[in-house]
Design a protein around this ligand. Structure first.
Ligand SMILES: [Fe+2]
Length: 472
Protein backbone atom coordinates (compact mmCIF):
# COMPACT_ATOMS: atom_id res chain seq x y z
CA UNK A 1 0.00 0.00 0.00
CA UNK A 2 1.27 3.45 -0.88
CA UNK A 3 -0.32 6.71 0.22
CA UNK A 4 1.03 10.05 -0.98
CA UNK A 5 -0.25 13.43 0.02
CA UNK A 6 0.36 15.91 -2.81
CA UNK A 7 0.13 19.27 -1.12
CA UNK A 8 -0.21 22.48 -3.15
CA UNK A 9 0.70 25.45 -1.01
CA UNK A 10 -0.79 28.12 -3.27
CA UNK A 11 -4.28 26.65 -2.83
CA UNK A 12 -3.55 25.02 0.54
CA UNK A 13 -4.99 21.88 -1.07
CA UNK A 14 -4.15 18.21 -0.63
CA UNK A 15 -4.71 15.60 -3.31
CA UNK A 16 -4.08 11.96 -2.44
CA UNK A 17 -2.53 9.18 -4.47
CA UNK A 18 -3.30 5.73 -3.06
CA UNK A 19 -1.94 2.58 -4.70
CA UNK A 20 -2.11 -1.13 -3.97
CA UNK A 21 -1.16 -4.08 -6.14
CA UNK A 22 -1.23 -2.24 -9.45
CA UNK A 23 -4.41 -0.27 -8.77
CA UNK A 24 -4.69 3.39 -7.87
CA UNK A 25 -7.29 5.80 -6.57
CA UNK A 26 -6.79 9.55 -6.85
CA UNK A 27 -8.68 11.57 -4.27
CA UNK A 28 -9.61 15.20 -5.01
CA UNK A 29 -7.32 15.79 -8.01
CA UNK A 30 -6.37 19.27 -9.15
CA UNK A 31 -7.06 20.38 -12.74
CA UNK A 32 -3.93 18.94 -14.37
CA UNK A 33 -3.87 15.22 -15.13
CA UNK A 34 -0.28 14.50 -16.22
CA UNK A 35 1.31 14.23 -12.73
CA UNK A 36 -1.18 11.58 -11.56
CA UNK A 37 -0.83 9.56 -14.75
CA UNK A 38 2.97 9.78 -14.48
CA UNK A 39 2.85 8.53 -10.89
CA UNK A 40 0.65 5.60 -11.82
CA UNK A 41 2.90 4.77 -14.78
CA UNK A 42 5.94 4.85 -12.53
CA UNK A 43 4.22 2.33 -10.26
CA UNK A 44 3.16 0.26 -13.27
CA UNK A 45 -0.39 0.70 -12.05
CA UNK A 46 -3.72 1.84 -13.47
CA UNK A 47 -5.95 4.51 -12.02
CA UNK A 48 -9.14 2.65 -11.17
CA UNK A 49 -11.14 5.31 -9.34
CA UNK A 50 -11.23 9.07 -8.90
CA UNK A 51 -12.88 9.96 -5.61
CA UNK A 52 -14.23 13.44 -5.00
CA UNK A 53 -15.02 14.21 -1.39
CA UNK A 54 -17.44 16.91 -2.62
CA UNK A 55 -18.01 19.49 -5.33
CA UNK A 56 -15.13 21.82 -4.61
CA UNK A 57 -15.69 25.56 -4.66
CA UNK A 58 -12.13 26.78 -4.30
CA UNK A 59 -10.53 25.04 -7.28
CA UNK A 60 -11.53 23.32 -10.50
CA UNK A 61 -10.82 19.62 -10.42
CA UNK A 62 -9.65 17.69 -13.48
CA UNK A 63 -11.71 14.59 -12.70
CA UNK A 64 -13.52 14.53 -16.06
CA UNK A 65 -10.26 14.82 -18.04
CA UNK A 66 -8.55 12.27 -15.81
CA UNK A 67 -11.41 9.80 -16.25
CA UNK A 68 -11.38 10.34 -20.02
CA UNK A 69 -7.63 9.81 -20.22
CA UNK A 70 -7.44 6.76 -17.95
CA UNK A 71 -10.84 5.06 -18.03
CA UNK A 72 -11.13 5.49 -14.25
CA UNK A 73 -14.54 5.77 -12.62
CA UNK A 74 -15.46 9.04 -10.92
CA UNK A 75 -17.15 8.60 -7.54
CA UNK A 76 -19.09 11.24 -5.62
CA UNK A 77 -21.14 10.83 -2.47
CA UNK A 78 -24.92 10.40 -2.12
CA UNK A 79 -27.22 13.08 -3.62
CA UNK A 80 -24.58 14.35 -6.09
CA UNK A 81 -25.78 15.34 -9.56
CA UNK A 82 -23.57 16.49 -12.45
CA UNK A 83 -23.39 16.79 -16.25
CA UNK A 84 -20.86 13.97 -16.68
CA UNK A 85 -20.96 10.22 -16.05
CA UNK A 86 -20.05 9.18 -12.54
CA UNK A 87 -20.92 6.67 -9.86
CA UNK A 88 -23.11 7.98 -7.05
CA UNK A 89 -21.63 6.26 -4.03
CA UNK A 90 -23.81 5.03 -1.18
CA UNK A 91 -23.12 5.47 2.51
CA UNK A 92 -20.88 2.56 3.65
CA UNK A 93 -20.22 1.41 0.08
CA UNK A 94 -16.85 -0.32 -0.24
CA UNK A 95 -14.35 0.03 -3.08
CA UNK A 96 -11.45 -2.39 -3.59
CA UNK A 97 -8.02 -1.08 -4.61
CA UNK A 98 -5.64 -4.04 -4.90
CA UNK A 99 -5.65 -5.61 -1.45
CA UNK A 100 -7.00 -2.59 0.42
CA UNK A 101 -10.54 -1.27 0.80
CA UNK A 102 -11.93 2.24 0.92
CA UNK A 103 -15.33 2.74 2.49
CA UNK A 104 -17.41 5.78 1.64
CA UNK A 105 -18.85 7.48 4.71
CA UNK A 106 -21.49 10.08 3.91
CA UNK A 107 -20.48 13.10 6.01
CA UNK A 108 -22.69 15.98 4.83
CA UNK A 109 -22.45 19.49 6.23
CA UNK A 110 -19.81 21.37 4.25
CA UNK A 111 -21.98 20.38 1.28
CA UNK A 112 -24.84 17.92 1.02
CA UNK A 113 -22.95 15.26 -0.91
CA UNK A 114 -19.75 15.60 1.20
CA UNK A 115 -18.24 12.23 1.92
CA UNK A 116 -15.14 10.89 3.62
CA UNK A 117 -13.27 7.74 2.65
CA UNK A 118 -12.07 5.32 5.32
CA UNK A 119 -9.12 3.19 4.26
CA UNK A 120 -8.75 -0.38 5.55
CA UNK A 121 -5.22 -1.74 5.10
CA UNK A 122 -4.21 -5.19 3.80
CA UNK A 123 -4.97 -6.69 7.22
CA UNK A 124 -8.48 -5.20 7.15
CA UNK A 125 -7.66 -2.64 9.87
CA UNK A 126 -8.87 0.96 9.73
CA UNK A 127 -5.76 2.96 8.79
CA UNK A 128 -6.71 6.49 7.74
CA UNK A 129 -9.60 8.75 6.81
CA UNK A 130 -9.63 11.04 3.79
CA UNK A 131 -11.91 13.56 5.39
CA UNK A 132 -12.35 16.09 2.58
CA UNK A 133 -13.70 19.33 4.03
CA UNK A 134 -15.75 17.60 6.74
CA UNK A 135 -12.80 17.61 9.13
CA UNK A 136 -9.63 19.69 8.84
CA UNK A 137 -6.68 19.69 11.19
CA UNK A 138 -7.83 22.12 13.86
CA UNK A 139 -11.04 23.10 12.11
CA UNK A 140 -14.00 21.98 10.00
CA UNK A 141 -15.27 23.01 6.55
CA UNK A 142 -17.47 26.08 6.45
CA UNK A 143 -21.14 25.14 6.00
CA UNK A 144 -22.26 28.31 4.24
CA UNK A 145 -20.82 27.80 0.76
CA UNK A 146 -23.42 25.28 -0.38
CA UNK A 147 -26.38 27.01 1.30
CA UNK A 148 -29.28 27.55 -1.11
CA UNK A 149 -33.03 28.01 -1.23
CA UNK A 150 -33.27 24.27 -0.46
CA UNK A 151 -30.98 24.12 2.55
CA UNK A 152 -29.82 26.85 4.93
CA UNK A 153 -26.34 27.22 6.33
CA UNK A 154 -27.75 26.48 9.78
CA UNK A 155 -29.20 23.18 8.53
CA UNK A 156 -25.89 22.32 6.87
CA UNK A 157 -24.02 23.17 10.07
CA UNK A 158 -26.39 20.85 11.97
CA UNK A 159 -25.67 18.04 9.51
CA UNK A 160 -21.95 18.65 9.93
CA UNK A 161 -22.33 18.27 13.71
CA UNK A 162 -23.93 14.84 13.22
CA UNK A 163 -21.34 13.80 10.61
CA UNK A 164 -18.55 14.63 13.06
CA UNK A 165 -20.08 13.45 16.32
CA UNK A 166 -22.07 10.42 15.09
CA UNK A 167 -19.78 9.15 12.35
CA UNK A 168 -16.19 10.43 12.37
CA UNK A 169 -15.69 10.59 16.15
CA UNK A 170 -16.79 6.94 16.44
CA UNK A 171 -13.78 5.80 14.40
CA UNK A 172 -10.62 4.50 16.15
CA UNK A 173 -8.38 7.16 17.70
CA UNK A 174 -5.23 5.88 16.01
CA UNK A 175 -6.36 6.46 12.43
CA UNK A 176 -4.71 9.29 10.50
CA UNK A 177 -6.89 12.14 9.30
CA UNK A 178 -5.94 13.35 5.82
CA UNK A 179 -7.94 16.51 5.05
CA UNK A 180 -8.46 18.27 1.72
CA UNK A 181 -7.16 21.65 2.95
CA UNK A 182 -4.66 23.26 5.27
CA UNK A 183 -3.80 26.65 6.69
CA UNK A 184 -4.57 29.54 4.35
CA UNK A 185 -7.59 27.98 2.67
CA UNK A 186 -10.80 30.03 2.67
CA UNK A 187 -12.78 26.77 3.13
CA UNK A 188 -12.33 27.05 6.89
CA UNK A 189 -11.50 29.63 9.54
CA UNK A 190 -8.58 28.49 11.66
CA UNK A 191 -6.81 25.53 10.17
CA UNK A 192 -3.52 24.28 11.55
CA UNK A 193 -0.33 24.40 9.52
CA UNK A 194 -0.08 20.62 10.01
CA UNK A 195 -1.44 18.69 7.04
CA UNK A 196 -2.42 15.49 8.87
CA UNK A 197 -2.88 14.21 12.41
CA UNK A 198 -4.34 11.29 14.32
CA UNK A 199 -8.04 11.40 15.03
CA UNK A 200 -7.27 10.90 18.73
CA UNK A 201 -5.22 14.07 18.86
CA UNK A 202 -7.82 16.03 16.92
CA UNK A 203 -10.40 14.96 19.49
CA UNK A 204 -8.19 16.66 22.09
CA UNK A 205 -7.34 19.87 20.24
CA UNK A 206 -10.02 20.55 17.61
CA UNK A 207 -12.83 22.70 19.04
CA UNK A 208 -15.37 21.08 16.73
CA UNK A 209 -14.74 17.63 18.21
CA UNK A 210 -15.29 18.62 21.81
CA UNK A 211 -17.73 15.94 23.02
CA UNK A 212 -19.38 18.38 25.44
CA UNK A 213 -20.34 20.71 22.59
CA UNK A 214 -24.10 20.73 21.97
CA UNK A 215 -25.45 20.90 18.44
CA UNK A 216 -26.71 24.46 19.03
CA UNK A 217 -23.33 25.59 20.36
CA UNK A 218 -21.56 23.93 17.45
CA UNK A 219 -23.81 25.60 14.85
CA UNK A 220 -23.23 28.99 16.45
CA UNK A 221 -19.48 28.52 16.68
CA UNK A 222 -19.00 27.20 13.18
CA UNK A 223 -21.01 30.00 11.59
CA UNK A 224 -19.50 32.76 13.69
CA UNK A 225 -16.97 35.08 12.02
CA UNK A 226 -17.15 33.63 8.51
CA UNK A 227 -15.76 35.98 5.88
CA UNK A 228 -17.46 36.63 2.53
CA UNK A 229 -16.27 33.84 0.23
CA UNK A 230 -14.06 34.91 -2.69
CA UNK A 231 -16.04 35.76 -5.83
CA UNK A 232 -14.64 32.84 -7.82
CA UNK A 233 -15.91 30.17 -5.38
CA UNK A 234 -19.46 29.82 -6.79
CA UNK A 235 -18.04 29.89 -10.33
CA UNK A 236 -15.62 27.06 -9.58
CA UNK A 237 -18.40 25.05 -7.92
CA UNK A 238 -20.46 25.32 -11.12
CA UNK A 239 -17.48 24.31 -13.27
CA UNK A 240 -16.93 21.22 -11.11
CA UNK A 241 -20.43 20.00 -11.94
CA UNK A 242 -19.97 20.51 -15.67
CA UNK A 243 -17.75 19.44 -18.51
CA UNK A 244 -15.01 22.01 -19.10
CA UNK A 245 -12.49 22.69 -21.84
CA UNK A 246 -9.86 19.98 -21.49
CA UNK A 247 -6.65 20.88 -19.72
CA UNK A 248 -4.72 19.93 -22.86
CA UNK A 249 -6.64 22.51 -24.89
CA UNK A 250 -6.17 25.13 -22.18
CA UNK A 251 -2.44 24.45 -22.17
CA UNK A 252 -2.06 24.40 -25.90
CA UNK A 253 -3.77 27.77 -26.33
CA UNK A 254 -2.11 29.35 -23.28
CA UNK A 255 1.35 28.28 -24.43
CA UNK A 256 1.08 30.24 -27.68
CA UNK A 257 4.25 32.33 -27.98
CA UNK A 258 3.31 35.90 -28.92
CA UNK A 259 6.25 37.20 -30.92
CA UNK A 260 7.41 40.79 -31.34
CA UNK A 261 5.63 41.56 -34.61
CA UNK A 262 2.32 40.52 -32.96
CA UNK A 263 2.69 42.73 -29.86
CA UNK A 264 0.75 45.66 -31.32
CA UNK A 265 -2.05 43.36 -32.45
CA UNK A 266 -2.53 41.90 -28.95
CA UNK A 267 -2.23 45.34 -27.40
CA UNK A 268 -5.12 46.58 -29.51
CA UNK A 269 -7.39 43.61 -28.68
CA UNK A 270 -10.36 44.72 -26.65
CA UNK A 271 -10.60 43.72 -22.98
CA UNK A 272 -7.33 41.81 -22.86
CA UNK A 273 -5.53 41.83 -19.53
CA UNK A 274 -1.74 41.73 -19.45
CA UNK A 275 -0.93 39.68 -16.36
CA UNK A 276 2.65 39.75 -15.08
CA UNK A 277 3.49 36.76 -12.90
CA UNK A 278 7.22 37.36 -12.43
CA UNK A 279 8.86 38.31 -9.14
CA UNK A 280 7.85 41.57 -7.52
CA UNK A 281 11.42 42.87 -7.87
CA UNK A 282 11.38 42.30 -11.62
CA UNK A 283 7.93 43.88 -11.92
CA UNK A 284 8.74 47.03 -9.95
CA UNK A 285 11.96 47.49 -11.94
CA UNK A 286 10.27 47.29 -15.34
CA UNK A 287 6.90 46.14 -16.64
CA UNK A 288 4.55 46.58 -19.54
CA UNK A 289 2.50 49.70 -18.92
CA UNK A 290 -0.98 48.86 -17.59
CA UNK A 291 -0.12 45.23 -16.88
CA UNK A 292 -1.11 43.98 -13.46
CA UNK A 293 1.14 42.06 -11.14
CA UNK A 294 0.19 38.83 -9.38
CA UNK A 295 3.42 36.93 -8.87
CA UNK A 296 3.70 33.14 -8.99
CA UNK A 297 5.78 33.20 -5.83
CA UNK A 298 2.94 34.22 -3.54
CA UNK A 299 -0.69 33.26 -2.97
CA UNK A 300 -1.09 33.41 -6.73
CA UNK A 301 -4.31 31.52 -7.47
CA UNK A 302 -6.37 32.97 -4.59
CA UNK A 303 -5.41 36.53 -5.57
CA UNK A 304 -6.17 35.93 -9.24
CA UNK A 305 -9.57 34.55 -8.20
CA UNK A 306 -10.19 37.43 -5.85
CA UNK A 307 -9.11 40.25 -8.15
CA UNK A 308 -9.94 39.20 -11.71
CA UNK A 309 -13.69 39.17 -11.61
CA UNK A 310 -14.35 37.78 -15.07
CA UNK A 311 -13.37 34.11 -15.00
CA UNK A 312 -13.39 34.11 -18.83
CA UNK A 313 -11.05 37.13 -18.93
CA UNK A 314 -8.73 36.96 -21.97
CA UNK A 315 -5.21 37.07 -20.50
CA UNK A 316 -1.80 37.68 -22.02
CA UNK A 317 0.96 36.44 -19.73
CA UNK A 318 4.29 37.94 -18.90
CA UNK A 319 5.95 34.98 -17.21
CA UNK A 320 9.48 33.99 -16.24
CA UNK A 321 11.09 31.97 -18.99
CA UNK A 322 10.33 28.26 -18.47
CA UNK A 323 7.46 28.95 -16.07
CA UNK A 324 4.84 29.62 -18.76
CA UNK A 325 3.29 26.17 -18.43
CA UNK A 326 3.20 26.45 -14.66
CA UNK A 327 1.44 29.82 -15.01
CA UNK A 328 -1.23 28.52 -17.38
CA UNK A 329 -1.74 25.43 -15.22
CA UNK A 330 -2.08 27.41 -12.01
CA UNK A 331 -4.61 29.75 -13.64
CA UNK A 332 -6.63 26.79 -14.91
CA UNK A 333 -6.77 25.32 -11.40
CA UNK A 334 -9.21 28.06 -10.54
CA UNK A 335 -10.96 28.12 -13.90
CA UNK A 336 -9.11 30.95 -15.67
CA UNK A 337 -8.86 29.05 -18.93
CA UNK A 338 -8.67 31.90 -21.39
CA UNK A 339 -4.94 32.60 -21.62
CA UNK A 340 -4.26 33.73 -25.18
CA UNK A 341 -0.50 33.28 -24.95
CA UNK A 342 2.64 34.72 -23.43
CA UNK A 343 4.97 37.51 -24.48
CA UNK A 344 7.95 35.81 -26.04
CA UNK A 345 11.11 37.52 -24.81
CA UNK A 346 9.20 39.23 -21.99
CA UNK A 347 9.43 42.91 -21.09
CA UNK A 348 12.80 43.38 -22.83
CA UNK A 349 11.32 42.27 -26.15
CA UNK A 350 8.38 44.62 -25.57
CA UNK A 351 10.71 47.54 -24.88
CA UNK A 352 12.81 46.70 -27.92
CA UNK A 353 9.70 47.13 -30.05
CA UNK A 354 9.45 50.69 -28.77
CA UNK A 355 6.29 49.95 -26.75
CA UNK A 356 5.71 51.61 -23.41
CA UNK A 357 7.04 50.25 -20.18
CA UNK A 358 6.70 51.52 -16.60
CA UNK A 359 8.38 51.19 -13.22
CA UNK A 360 7.16 51.41 -9.63
CA UNK A 361 9.21 53.59 -7.30
CA UNK A 362 10.24 51.66 -4.20
CA UNK A 363 11.75 52.80 -0.92
CA UNK A 364 13.24 51.03 2.05
CA UNK A 365 11.28 51.75 5.22
CA UNK A 366 14.35 53.08 7.00
CA UNK A 367 14.96 55.60 4.19
CA UNK A 368 11.70 57.39 4.99
CA UNK A 369 12.82 59.95 7.55
CA UNK A 370 10.19 62.58 7.98
CA UNK A 371 6.60 62.73 7.00
CA UNK A 372 5.81 65.33 4.43
CA UNK A 373 2.37 66.80 4.92
CA UNK A 374 1.71 66.28 1.24
CA UNK A 375 2.08 62.52 1.44
CA UNK A 376 0.35 59.79 3.35
CA UNK A 377 0.45 56.06 3.96
CA UNK A 378 -1.87 53.58 2.30
CA UNK A 379 -2.22 50.23 4.06
CA UNK A 380 -3.57 47.53 1.72
CA UNK A 381 -3.78 44.74 4.29
CA UNK A 382 -7.03 43.23 5.56
CA UNK A 383 -9.02 45.32 7.97
CA UNK A 384 -8.14 42.99 10.87
CA UNK A 385 -4.42 43.46 10.26
CA UNK A 386 -4.92 47.21 9.91
CA UNK A 387 -6.91 47.44 13.12
CA UNK A 388 -4.29 45.46 15.02
CA UNK A 389 -1.44 47.87 14.28
CA UNK A 390 -0.48 50.24 11.50
CA UNK A 391 1.41 53.36 10.56
CA UNK A 392 -0.02 56.33 12.45
CA UNK A 393 -2.71 58.07 10.40
CA UNK A 394 -2.47 55.51 7.57
CA UNK A 395 -5.51 54.96 5.36
CA UNK A 396 -6.80 51.48 4.65
CA UNK A 397 -7.68 50.12 1.23
CA UNK A 398 -7.74 46.32 1.58
CA UNK A 399 -6.51 44.61 -1.55
CA UNK A 400 -9.56 42.35 -1.62
CA UNK A 401 -11.84 45.41 -1.89
CA UNK A 402 -9.61 47.50 -4.09
CA UNK A 403 -11.94 47.79 -7.07
CA UNK A 404 -14.94 48.72 -4.96
CA UNK A 405 -13.19 51.25 -2.72
CA UNK A 406 -10.38 52.82 -4.76
CA UNK A 407 -12.48 55.86 -5.59
CA UNK A 408 -12.56 56.89 -1.94
CA UNK A 409 -8.85 57.72 -2.16
CA UNK A 410 -6.99 60.65 -3.70
CA UNK A 411 -5.45 59.68 -7.04
CA UNK A 412 -3.07 62.61 -7.17
CA UNK A 413 -1.52 62.47 -3.73
CA UNK A 414 1.87 60.97 -2.97
CA UNK A 415 1.16 57.79 -1.02
CA UNK A 416 3.52 55.26 0.49
CA UNK A 417 1.87 51.89 0.00
CA UNK A 418 2.55 48.91 2.24
CA UNK A 419 1.17 45.48 3.11
CA UNK A 420 2.63 42.90 5.50
CA UNK A 421 5.65 41.80 3.49
CA UNK A 422 5.63 43.53 0.10
CA UNK A 423 3.63 41.20 -2.19
CA UNK A 424 0.13 42.63 -1.88
CA UNK A 425 1.35 46.24 -2.06
CA UNK A 426 2.84 45.68 -5.51
CA UNK A 427 -0.38 43.99 -6.70
CA UNK A 428 -2.33 46.95 -5.32
CA UNK A 429 -0.10 49.56 -6.97
CA UNK A 430 -0.32 47.78 -10.32
CA UNK A 431 -4.12 47.90 -10.14
CA UNK A 432 -4.30 51.46 -8.81
CA UNK A 433 -1.95 52.71 -11.53
CA UNK A 434 -4.42 51.38 -14.12
CA UNK A 435 -7.14 53.30 -12.30
CA UNK A 436 -5.22 56.57 -12.65
CA UNK A 437 -3.27 56.78 -9.38
CA UNK A 438 0.04 58.28 -10.39
CA UNK A 439 2.11 59.02 -7.29
CA UNK A 440 2.31 55.71 -5.44
CA UNK A 441 5.53 54.54 -3.83
CA UNK A 442 6.02 50.99 -2.65
CA UNK A 443 7.64 50.28 0.70
CA UNK A 444 9.90 47.26 0.32
CA UNK A 445 9.25 44.56 2.89
CA UNK A 446 6.00 46.18 4.04
CA UNK A 447 4.85 46.58 7.61
CA UNK A 448 7.33 44.11 9.03
CA UNK A 449 10.18 46.36 7.83
CA UNK A 450 8.38 49.51 8.98
CA UNK A 451 7.86 48.03 12.42
CA UNK A 452 11.33 46.61 12.90
CA UNK A 453 13.67 48.82 10.93
CA UNK A 454 12.31 52.35 10.68
CA UNK A 455 11.34 55.38 12.69
CA UNK A 456 7.97 55.74 11.01
CA UNK A 457 5.47 56.35 13.83
CA UNK A 458 2.96 53.59 14.48
CA UNK A 459 -0.52 53.65 15.88
CA UNK A 460 0.62 51.39 18.65
CA UNK A 461 4.23 51.54 19.65
CA UNK A 462 5.74 48.20 20.55
CA UNK A 463 9.33 49.26 20.28
CA UNK A 464 9.79 51.25 23.49
CA UNK A 465 12.21 53.58 21.78
CA UNK A 466 12.68 56.98 23.43
CA UNK A 467 12.62 58.85 20.13
CA UNK A 468 9.42 57.29 18.85
CA UNK A 469 6.76 59.71 17.78
CA UNK A 470 3.80 57.45 18.55
CA UNK A 471 1.01 59.20 20.30
CA UNK A 472 -1.48 56.47 21.02
FE1 LIG B 1 -14.68 22.59 -0.07
Amino acid sequence: MKIEQLYTKCLAEATYYVASEGEVVIIDPLRETAPYIAMANADNARIKYIFLTHFHADFVSGHVDLARETGAIIVYGPTATADFDFHVGKDNEEFKIGTITLKLLHTPGHTLESSSFLLFDEAGKEYCLFSGDALFIGDVGRPDLAASSLVTKEELAGKLYHSLHDTIMKLPDDIIVYPNHGKGSACGKSMSSETFDTLGNQKKVNYALDPSLTKEEFVKQVLDGLTVPPQYFPKNAVMNKGINISINEVLSKGLTAIISNQFQQYLSLKDVLFLDVRSLKEFTKKHITNSIFIGLDGAFAPWVGELIENIKQPIVLIAPEDREEESVTRLSRIGYDNVLGYIKGGVDAWENEGLTISTIPCLEANDIELLDEECSFLDVRRIGEFTDNRVKDANNLSLGNIHANANEHDKNKVQYVYCAGGYRSVIAISILNRLGFNKLININGGFSEIKNNSKIPLKECRRNCPTCACSD
